[in-house]
Design a protein around this ligand. Structure first.
Ligand code: ATP
Length: 404
């Protein structure tokens, strides 16, 4: 894949046209303040392009998971404010519990070319996540053309990410962010410069194990660390004590060990681990830890980071790579006593003479916290979406866009 065959914003002539843009403004908000505006910043190139082209830019996004309609804590109002600051331009926030109701429509009717309106949280409408036809139609009625730039939501077929395209009268296109994400991930997976090393870690074992089958076919070396590793170690018949495990996936892991052998791929698991008797609480609390070999995790021990020998082995594998895709930390990096494994791998990835792609909220947080973010080729804005892409799935939010 790599290069997208879908229309992009450059293919649209938006002068005087109302363009609905699905962004990913699902940003962390604490006490009404945005704590990380990375996703808003990532949406700017597409928004600016449409403003420069004289479009009437109608932005929409979901934020969090409201359960009971228009819950004020999930309002996009703080995003409107931040976006105005970043664009250096007043934008109108169409406060409207119905998202596309009276107020939204009257604000849109008042727009001039180059104006920007932000709609309220699309999940204030329960139909959004069910891809309900009525809301899709209502969204489509607001605009002439539609742009999807929400990579982080592209793996979901919702009204604002997919359903709306059935009813848009004009053209549909992907935004710059979507295009960039797919180019990096697509090239890494479909057309990688070799050796291609994939690194998986983190805690969402069930979600991530599925990606392994596809990655094994594409990569040369698959490194597995973090909470992911212990289900594999159990599959190898090792004692894993109280470590994170997904018992239902033990057989699958056995299959994957077989598959790697059959394909002649190297699958690296930790040869030693940093263990503790219990998970730190709070997460950064000082705790008693010891490093033990993979064969000698005590029955009351919990593996919480990769050990020193493993760090070296993983770093050596990364050093010679030409393409690296990394999703999920190597240990409980939030705790300084358990961050060394993630640090060692982050350093090796940063130093590798390779195309390096980092995905997943926590991996990105780890790389940023450890100071390596600007040394990566690409940091993905969508954890779940990037995983599903790596799994080889077609993302509905991209599939629905018109071909070039
Ligand atoms: P996201 O899914 O939010 O995009 P991610 O994919 O980068 O993030 P997750 O799968 O959510 O990563 O896992 C990150 C969490 O995994 C971290 O909070 C970390 O503390 C935890 N973690 C890492 N190693 C272990 C381990 N051995 N045991 C338990 N938890 C672990």
């Amino acid at each position: 894949m790599g290069k997208l065959s879908k229309k992009n914003v450059e293919d649209l002539n938006v002068k005087g046209r109302k363009v609905l843009v699905r962004c990913d403004f699902n940003v962390p908000i604490k006490d009404g303040a945005i704590t990380n505006d990375k996703r808003i910043v990532a949406a700017l190139p597409t928004i600016k392009k449409l403003i420069e082209g004289g479009g009437r830019v109608i932005l929409c996004s979901h934020l969090g998971k409201p359960k009971n309609g228009a819950e004020p804590v999930f309002s996009l109002a703080p995003v409107a404010k931040r976006l105005s600051e970043l664009l250096g331009k007043d934008i109108v926030f169409a406060k409207d519990d119905n998202v596309v109701g009276e107020n939204a429509r009257s604000e849109i009717a008042k727009m001039s070319d180059g104006d920007v309106v932000l709609l309220e949280n699309t999940r204030f409408r329960a139909e959004e996540t069910k891809n309900g036809e009525a809301f899709s139609r209502e969204l489509a009625e607001l605009c002439d053309d539609y742009v999807n730039d929400a990579f982080g939501s592209a793996h979901r077929a919702h009204c604002s990410t997919a359903g709306v395209t059935d009813f848009v009268s004009g053209q549909t296109a992907v935004g710059y962010l979507m295009e960039k994400e797919i180019e990096f991930l697509g090239n890494a997976v479909e057309n990688p410069e070799r050796p291609f090393v994939a690194i998986l870690g983190g805690a969402k074992v069930a979600d991530k194990l599925n990606v392994i089958s596809n990655l094994l076919e594409k990569c040369d070396t698959l490194i597995i660390g973090g909470g992911m590793a212990y289900t594999f170690m159990k599959a190898q018949g090792l004692e894993i004590g109280k470590s994170l495990v997904d018992d239902e996936k033990v057989d699958y892991c056995k299959e994957m060990l077989e598959k790697s052998k059959k394909l002649g791929k190297s699958l690296l698991l930790p040869s030693d681990n940093v263990v503790a008797e219990k998970f730190p609480d709070p997460i950064d609390a000082p705790i008693e830890v010891e490093t033990v070999s993979a064969e000698s995790i005590p029955a009351n021990g919990m593996g919480l980071d990769i050990g020193e020998e493993t760090r070296q082995i993983f770093a050596d594998a990364v050093k010679t790579a030409k393409t690296v895709v990394w999703n999920g930390p190597m240990g409980v990096f939030e705790n300084p006593l358990l961050a060394e494994g993630t640090l060692a791998v982050a350093k090796a990835v940063a130093e590798a003479d390779a195309v390096t792609v980092i995905g997943g909220g926590d991996s990105v947080a780890a790389v940023t916290k450890l100071g390596f973010a600007d040394r990566m080729s690409h940091i993905s804005t969508g954890g779940g979406a990037s995983l599903e892409y790596l799994e080889g799935k077609v993302l509905p939010g991209i599939q629905v866009i018109q071909d070039k």
